[in-house]
Design a protein around this ligand. Structure first.
Ligand code: PHE
Length: 511
């Protein structure tokens, strides 16, 4: 059976695919504005610390569990753990829910590419609309959004049907270098705009976001920890089964620690570089249009689809060209992430088929998964970020917590908000306290990690990761559900202590 299981063509192919999974909308869109809104430099420092002490540790652990078992998440966790076998379900349902909106956002990118191309071919005047008008018109045309979402799903489907090395690896080998070149072009354009430096200050000068009026006051450190932690996990594709699945196709001779470090560093660098490309352009354009600095919109979906479209519309003749380059770049980033999510879900059935001796079912399984994703994505596409209907309006509620705002937030709440931090916390408790860290360290040993790394790993997986994840979980629940912050911290701590007791070897011997 094992001989028929897919594998990567080369380590560099794996690395590009894993970096492709990590680099996505989270980097180009989420990172820059979350950094600005959460106190700029403080956020950056917290983010970097979390990436080293938590992100890197979970990355190594997921790759090790994947490669050791050579299975997709559901079966992999069942194989390594008695008490936590069900984490695999969290790590498979979460990507499925993420796909409900990731594909819709991918569809938006396709529409913006088409729009800028039309402008490019017909001149500026025939299709002159501001970013706000374009975005509003798009959201209130559900049919268009559904069609482009479908198109995005079909693109991903065809790539994943091509197989691990024949589809996913091939796409990333071309897509990732292309993305990088396009990013450089956009950076040069962005930083040469007048007043671009104001945007850099927003990102890098401590306290500037408050001083200039972008935000009222700096958030407290615990809030920053929650935001940065959530962002870091999403951005590194962790606790969503994707990295575990990609690791399961990796050869025994590859060095997991080194590979993890390369993925974490690349993803973080690209997030920073994307921020430097996006924020200064948005701020420079706002100033040029006479908007007071603090009122330039840098948060939420507006940044990518309103503010930046304005930047390209106001850039003169070459604007639409930069628009096309930029949205193609975002599209590639979105595809390379979406295919990792799709692969994670499909791999479960493909593995099951292989175990039964059926070797040729990938195309058909991926088709079924794509249809299921389409079903949920249609709802998210049609509600137009709440412009047309929302969970709250369907329920007839007027004052609403964030998670009922629109179907995107609703799906995001269960996946990124809960399943992801909870899954990571449980995985750390499982490895740290149930199976013992050697589950991972023995697998890593093929690359012969130093004693220093082993000590560092044991410390992080047992203590630092679970505790940080409890804070991230509380932060996400505060964001999505609102209400008393204290209650959510108490809930998170109770979960942490409860599951720790459950994981602890003496708690319940099962054999
Ligand atoms: N990391 C991707 C991003 O930054 C999203 C993603 C999350 C992809 C989880 C796969 C798994 O946009």
């Amino acid at each position: 059976m094992e001989n028929n299981r897919s594998s990567w063509g080369s380590n560099i192919g794996f690395l590009l695919a894993a970096i492709g999974s990590a680099v996505g909308l989270g980097n180009i869109w989420g990172f820059p504005y979350k950094m600005g809104k959460s106190g700029g430099f403080t956020f950056l420092i917290v983010y970097l610390l979390l990436a080293v002490f938590v992100g890197m540790i979970i990355m190594v652990s997921e790759l090790a569990v994947g490669r050791k078992t050579k299975l997709s998440p559901i079966d992999a966790y069942q194989k390594v753990s008695k008490k936590f076998a069900w984490i695999g379900w969290l790590a498979t349902i979460a990507p499925f829910l993420i796909m409900s909106f990731y594909t819709v956002l991918g569809g938006y990118c396709l529409q913006y590419i088409a729009l800028n191309m039309t402008k490019l071919s017909f001149g500026n005047d025939s299709v002159a609309m501001s970013g706000g008008e374009v975005f509003g018109a798009m959201l209130t045309t559900p049919l268009g959004c559904v069609v482009f979402t479908l198109l995005f799903i079909v693109i991903c489907m065809v790539i994943v049907q091509g197989g691990v090395s024949g589809g996913i690896e091939k796409f990333n080998k071309v897509g990732m270098p292309a993305l990088f070149v396009m990013l450089l072009i956009i950076i040069v354009r962005s930083l040469t705009l007048p007043n671009a430096v104001e945007g850099l200050k927003f990102m890098f000068v401590p306290g500037y976001a408050v001083k200039a009026g972008f935000i009222e006051s700096s958030p407290n450190l615990i809030t920053v920890l929650g935001t940065a932690g959530g962002q870091m996990f999403f951005s590194l594709s962790l606790a969503m089964g994707a990295i575990l699945t990609y690791g399961s196709y990796l050869g025994k001779e590859e060095n997991l620690v080194k590979n993890s470090a390369i993925i974490v560093v690349s993803d973080t660098l690209i997030a920073l570089v994307a921020g430097i490309a996006v924020i200064p352009a948005a701020v420079a354009n706002g100033i040029a249009q006479g908007t007071p600095v603090g009122q330039i919109k840098l948060g939420g979906p507006n940044l990518l689809f309103v503010t930046l479209q304005d930047v390209f519309s106001n850039m003169g003749k070459l604007g639409p060209l930069f628009g096309v380059i930029f949205y193609v770049l975002v599209l590639i980033a979105a595809i390379s992430s979406a295919i990792s999510l799709m692969e994670t879900i499909a791999a479960h059935w493909i593995d099951k088929d292989l175990a039964k001796g059926e070797t040729d079912t990938r195309k058909q399984r991926v088709l079924i998964v794509s249809l299921l994703i389409l079903l949920e994505a249609v709802i998210v596409a049609a509600d137009g970020l709440g412009s047309n209907f929302s969970p709250a309006s369907l329920l007839g509620i007027s004052t609403v917590p964030t998670f009922l705002d629109c179907f995107l937030d609703f799906m995001d709440c269960w996946s990124e908000g809960i399943a992801m931090p909870l899954g990571a916390m449980l995985m750390a408790l499982m490895v740290g306290w149930e199976t013992g860290p050697d589950l991972v360290l023995d697998e890593v040993a093929h690359g012969d990690p130093s004693e220093g790394f082993k000590k560092f790993y044991r410390l992080c997986i047992k203590f630092i990761v679970p505790i940080v994840m409890a804070f991230v979980l509380a932060g996400q629940m505060i964001d999505f559900f609102g209400g008393s912050q204290m209650i959510w911290y108490v809930v998170a701590v109770l979960l942490l202590v409860g599951f720790w007791a459950f994981a602890f070897p003496g708690s319940k011997k099962e054999e």
